[in-house]
Ligand binder design. Sequence first.
Ligand SMILES: *Cc1c(COP(=O)(O)O)cnc(C)c1O
Length: 376
Amino acid sequence: MPGFELIGQEEKAALAALIDNSGILAAHGFNDKRNGVFEVRSLEREFAARMQTPYATAVSSGTAALKVALKALGVGAGDEVITQAFNFIATVEAILDCGATPIVTTIDESLNMDPLDLRRRIGPRTKAIIVVHMLGAVANLSDVLAIAREHGIPVIEDACEAPGALWDGRPVGTLAELGVFSFDMGKLMTAGEGGMIVTSDERLHRFCKEYHDHGHENNPTLPRGRDSRTIYGFNYRMTELQACVARVQLRRLDHMLAENWRRHDALHARLGRYGRTLFARSRPNAEIFIFRPPTAQIKAAALEVLREHQIGTKNLPDAIEWHCAAFWDHAVSAGEVAHSKSTQHHLESCLSIPIWLRRPVEDYELLANRLANLCE
Ligand SMILES: *Cc1c(COP(=O)(O)O)cnc(C)c1O
């Protein structure tokens, strides 16, 4: 979340330099006019390097990234794709947009995909799995990936809310067949809108490159207007303006992670026993602290304290309807809605506390004390 709080001089200077030095706002073409400036191509290289993965494709949004990733796996009509009941509607939309059927699992104590339910929900039509690292913390990746491999089903990691989080020291988003990220206004790293697809599979990468750009193969021996093609695609391209801002934000990522952790630690020190399960092999990006007040009465009082401190909540409970499949009777089957009720109840006991980087650590220490006092 805090990426937008820090937008300032560096972004301004980078945008001015782009306009002064090139003035070309599209990722491709105009090679004789752009003075060698390629913001989108540079962002892709830098993002792949930061995430320690070979390939990255920049796209127009995280939702577009999900759609392109599903297409790369060949998801289409008649297929089922399994994701989780605590989620953002974008995953289900991308599945539906491919003509496939969304299936949602319940969640475990990490609030992410419950591997036990995943195993139960796999069937003959399961074509892919989208595991989501919600609110900055990592799902049980070892179990999810092991079950998927047992069945030969490819996995997409939705790391839109978890850039910089780790599993076994490796950046999340890079542990499965494909990973997706978002740079929308609510995300840790933001460019207003934007997304990224990462993979270590050269064939999947090539599909993503072509599909997000009308099927262009970017054949280096041919001008773009004569470019070779084997598939049709769509326009899910990122602009140079977005990439220019995203590059600044990427350079700031480690700083933001460190500052997130100082505030998260302050909350964890007093409220750790009321938090969610964080797997020992994982390191969240610490942009959110989940607080589970022991009673409904304490929850109501905690909400009042969060309001007083002008820290508020993010998604839980304020936007639960966009994040829980129990509310999605417009998009998933009645059976999936019913299956998601236990997840809804689980989420209703949680408050998600946003980490604001413009707020000093002391504010979070004070908040932690007040919330802990409510519980004791
Ligand atoms: C934000 C988000 C998306 C979609 O990203 P956009 O860039 O807003 O399209 C997908 N999945 C999750 C978990 C998200 O939080």
